[in-house]
Structures are given as structure tokens and as C-alpha cells.
Design a protein around this ligand. Structure first.
Ligand SMILES: [Zn+2]
Length: 327
């Protein structure tokens, strides 16, 4: 049973539904918001931040771009709307899909911006360890810790202290994995890193969380990480039509959540999260958007419908020499 207001299922003790079927996260939000309504983020705020960095180095900002709708529109806004000179950064752990890479190629060619494409097999071994150990640590958590460290290091090397992401308001950084609704997954990630991964010499320094990855990099680079979507109205349909028209952008044929673009391991992550928790991090992110009034519950439920199966997921991980846990 899902919360009647958002799309979180009960997961005791962190997520609990009351007699009316409303979860504690929604009730907390209602209480805090009534006491202190949050001011709307204004576009003038993002412009103020961008102006701090404009013209200071070879590039004004490093834009993380995966070829998906949100990150490609971030890039589009930086170049066209805010007249920034961005360096585009893409990381590929070997499971990036061709359609997404094609989108990035089109965007950088049409916009005439520099592009840094980083392809590494280093995450592949970690994916195998996740599958073999049967940990409940979400694949995407481990990957986020890795790519954030990588992006910060790239920003340092390029002397570009402003990092621009394509995260929506449902995906704020730092605080994102500290809420009650994240606790079970973050706990599993921390345990896996501490008690399994770090026992392997090459991963002995792997951060236990995104927070730790950020804290560590702070001594090396003072980077600011923002997403223009935090300051703008959420309009995925509008963004999509601009990208299709101006950047020859194409939606992925099969995606999860519907209408998104993600790497292939994302399907594996969702499959295992549903099995381990009954929800994925998308349920958490969309629930946040629903509470903020940026997404309807009905639309979230439609996007969260699963239309891929175990066989499809098994094919993705064929090369990892490790199967899925039994049903
Ligand atoms: Zn709820």
C-alpha cells in the first residue's frame, strides 16, 4: 500500500502510514511547511551565482551531461539562456546507452561547446561486488559516490569551480540522502562500503556516502554545485520539445521512469530496489516533487509503472559474470 498523498510505501521504522493512509514524511512536511513556508527559488538567484564565475577561467562552468532531458536542458540553458561558456563532462562506466551518447554528440555539435568524455571500467568491478555480495546497497548510490568524486576532481583539473548538474527539485544534493525516507538505503550503502568494499585493497578509501565524497574534496577544490532546475519551474514537456527542435534530441525507447534517460544499470538498480525495499529512489524523488506541488501523484504513478522484466535485466549484466538473486 502506498501513501495516499505521495508514492512511498510503508517501510518500518522509517516510513509509516497512519490510519488515514498518509505517511510520516508527508505529515512532517505539512507541519514544517505550515510553520515556515518555503520561499520560491527565483531565477535571479541562479543568475547571481553564474555571474560570480563568468569570464574567470577558460570555461565558466563544468556541465555534467548524460544525454537525458534534464541534463541536456541544463546545458542548453547555460549556453543559450545564460550565455555561459561551458565545458561538457560525461562519465561512462560502460553501461551508457548509445541513444543517450548520440544526444550529447548532437547537443555539443549544435551548441559548439567543448566536451570531455570519460570512459572507465572501474565501476564494473564494484557492480559485480554488489551483485555477488547480495547487499541491499543500491547500485545508483555507489555510482553517485563515484561520479561525484570524479566530477569534482575534473573540475579541479580544469580549474572550473562551478559544476552544473541536471537535477530536479526532487534531487537536491547533500540533504538528499539524509532524510528518513533514505535511511534504509543509505544505511545499506554505508555498511556495504565499510564491511565489504573497503576490505578490498583498491577500494580501501572509498567514501561511505555522497556527503563524505563532498567533504573530502572540499580540501582540494572549493566547488559550487548547482542545477538550474532548482530555480526554474518544472516543465519536462516544454523542455523536451525545445530539445527536440533545437538540439535534435531524441527520447529513449525503453526507459525507467517513463520519459527519462538513464544508463542501463539503472534498470538493474530499480529491479533490485523493488525486490529489496518495495520502492526505488525514484519513488522518493517523485514523492518530494509531489509534496512541492510540482508533479501530480497520478503522473508519478504512471511514470513509475514497470514495463521491463527479469530477463531484460539479466541480459544487461551478462558481461559481469554474476547472475541476479533468486526470485
Ligand atoms: Zn506520503
Amino acid at each position: 500500500m502506498l501513501c495516499k498523498r505521495c508514492v512511498l510505501p510503508e517501510n518500518k521504522p522509517d516510513i509509516v502510514l497512519n490510519a488515514e493512509g498518509i505517511c510520516n514524511i508527508c505529515l512532517d512536511f505539512q507541519k514544517n511547511n505550515a510553520a515556515e513556508p518555503r520561499p520560491a527559488a527565483l531565477e535571479s538567484e541562479v543568475i547571481k551565482i553564474l555571474n560570480k564565475y563568468k569570464g574567470k577561467g577558460k570555461y565558466d562552468c563544468l556541465v555534467m551531461c548524460s544525454g537525458g532531458k534534464d541534463s541536456t536542458s541544463s546545458l542548453y540553458y547555460m549556453k543559450k539562456r545564460y550565455k555561459m561558456n561551458p565545458l561538457v563532462f560525461t562519465f561512462d562506466h560502460g553501461f551508457e546507452n548509445e541513444e543517450a551518447l548520440e544526444n550529447i554528440k548532437n547537443a555539443v555539435n549544435i551548441l559548439g561547446v567543448d566536451w570531455l568524455y570519460y570512459r572507465s571500467d572501474s565501476m564494473k568491478k564494484i557492480f559485480t561486488h554488489i551483485l555477488k555480495s547480495r547487499t541491499k546497497a543500491p547500485i545508483c548510490h555507489l555510482c553517485a559516490i563515484w561520479y561525484l568524486g570524479l566530477t569534482l576532481e575534473t573540475a579541479r583539473q580544469q580549474n572550473t569551480p562551478l559544476i552544473v548538474a541536471g537535477w530536479t527539485k526532487g534531487q537536491s544534493l547533500g540533504k538528499a540522502d539524509s532524510g528518513l525516507e533514505y535511511r534504509a538505503m543509505s544505511g545499506a550503502t554505508g555498511d556495504f562500503v565499510k564491511h565489504y568494499l573497503r576490505k578490498i585493497p583498491e577500494y580501501k578509501d572509498f567514501p561511505v556516502s555522497i556527503g563524505e565524497a563532498l567533504k573530502r574534496s572540499r580540501g582540494r577544490i572549493k566547488a559550487e554545485i548547482i542545477s538550474p532546475h532548482w530555480f526554474l519551474e518544472y516543465d519536462p514537456a516544454g523542455a523536451k520539445s525545445i530539445l527536440e527542435k533545437e538540439l535534435n534530441w531524441k527520447a529513449q525507447k525503453l526507459s525507467y521512469p517513463k520519459g527519462s534517460t538513464n544508463c542501463l544499470m539503472n534498470f538493474v538498480n530499480v529491479y533490485l530496489s523493488m525486490k529489496n525495499y518495495g520502492y526505488s529512489h525514484y519513488h522518493i524523488e517523485m514523492s518530494k516533487l509531489i509534496r512541492l506541488g510540482e508533479l501530480s501523484r497520478q503522473e508519478a504513478l504512471r511514470m513509475l509503472e514497470i514495463d521491463f522484466d527479469r530477463g531484460f535485466v539479466g541480459d544487461i549484466i551478462k558481461g559481469l559474470n554474476c547472475g541476479l538473486p533468486a526470485d
